[in-house]
Ligand binder design. Sequence first.
Ligand code: XIL
Length: 364
Amino acid sequence: MKWRVLVLVLAAAALRLGFSAGVRDQSLREAAQSSGVLIGTAVRPAQLSEAAYASTLAREFNMLEPEDVLKWEEVHPEPQSFDFSHADQIVDFAIRHGMKVRGHTLVWHHQNPQWLTEGKYTPGELAQILEKHIKTVVGHYRGKIFAWDVVNEAFDELHVGELRSTIWLNQPGIGLAGNGSSYIERCFRWAHEADPQALLFYNEAGAEVVNPKSDAIYAMVRDFRQRGVPIDGVGFQMHLEKLRADVASISANIKRFTALGVEVHITEMDVALPVDPNGYPRFEDLQLQADIYREVSTACLFHPGCTAIQTWGFTDKYSRIGSHSKHAQGGALPFDRNYGTKPAYEALREALAAGRRSSMIVRC
Ligand code: XIL
């Protein structure tokens, strides 16, 4: 019966209209609500006093992560003193606005204070210093920070699949050099002692797809899970620079990690665009960028164990990409410099609103 088909088509159109009108009114955090995925962003405390920054943050996100102020040089500026004042501002903001907080990061080879890197400590002394650092910082935020990047970027860029030579592994290391990932294991155990409830993550760059680096991380995580080392998740940073993402491989990677019983968080997403001397990207690139935001978030939503999507900042006004690329790239985030929404924002919101079930019909 023809009229029946017509009614069905009209109903579907009305539903779709209603759906998109509804989505248009929603913030990211509202759109994410029914999906069970957290939507987060990295935060700089100096900007919290800027009204547009603070209101956008509170409206759009339900998870925050200090971009820099929990790193060693900020939080542990002198051997005997810790400075939690800046990170506390972010945590307080999050609590006031009903947001979760990720902690970043306890063990890294960058942004360490000079007293540490030039202190000529023995491995035994370094082990004590690191244990105290991890237990003091995690302990300070016990019950407030729900997930920690315990170790960041421990695998090498050049010797792919091998651990990076760092102060913590072998320069001079904490006494476990030559024992593979045992120094990482030790860090996870210390963090777990300081807050048994916190979810503990290993976070990495350039391991989003199936490649030799993610293979090596996979082997480590599988080993940790088999031996009961307290690891709960893996963070894929997702700093993307090309206008094409291998989403099939990202999806396959998320699948194999979550099959180990760990959660996956997308922790630092941005999609850098080439920009003109005034810092503006090409109009047509904004749409390609939106497609990448959509596809990556849809891939995350497709896997129940992928539980958070986080961007590395949210406004192009404050993004690491400019200085990082000597201003050849920019425009990497979902909001422009005036807090206006970009196509990337719409794409992210639509993917979140479609939720986990709708993502099933998209081929990942
Ligand atoms: C970056 C911050 O965004 C910058 O403000 C800082 O100057 C350098 O570090 N991978 C990480 C993040 O894990 O901590 C880095 O953050 C970006 C790359």
